[in-house]
Design a protein around this ligand. Sequence first.
Ligand code: C5P
Length: 234
Amino acid sequence: MNKADRQEVRTTVIIPAAGSGTRFGASRPKQFVPLLGVPILVRTLQAFEETDAVQNIVIAASPDFHAPIAELTAEYHLTKIAAIVEGGKERQDSIFNALQTSISAVSDVLLVHDAVRPFVTPDFIQTIINSAWEHGAAIPGLTPKETIKECTEAGLVAATHERSRLRAIQTPQGFRREILVAAYRKAQEHGFLGTDDASVVEFAGFPVHVIAGEEKNIKITTPLDFAWAEFLLR
Ligand code: C5P
């Protein structure tokens, strides 16, 4: 794919931001908690504002937060938010709602990126878009540092998987639009529930390409993650 082709790939990022953040323990969902003065969600959105490779942003959020997001959009001069849709009960429902927007329908590549991963970089976003356009589906993954064991409910080891073949999967995950739409339609028909978008695409039978993730691209889930994020920013 040459540069000219790449510039013609219209890309929309879907940001699921409808989680309640129960593992974080704050009074409001963690994506709205300020990280060194700027809400985590805004920092994440700014990463996509910074790159010409992404033209539109669709956010899924609970209706209570639509007005606050609109206020943040004005306060931080965010220009790419094309739609704010209702979040769903599960993350997958939030993405499904975002896929119904007209802006998703006119995109070549759709990215999905957690609201709580503010350290994604413009270069990395471009890498995922290129790979998604080339392969149909591309996701970032890191080889775990720890040994990973599968356990039974009773807490016994059931299997130890070969670490070199395992990946801890991050976002942004990138897909050609028609693949992601077809996969979500199939998952809905069959009641399949995955933990990320790639698992929906895998369920639908499409190959998913894994590329090297970035260690700094952390998902802020716990108070310790938040402390790490402050450290990384400083
Ligand atoms: O809950 P989890 O950590 O998997 O959330 C990942 C992302 O999905 C977060 O940005 C969260 O706000 C979002 N989410 C959502 N709708 C839900 C649950 C989570 O948009 N029902």
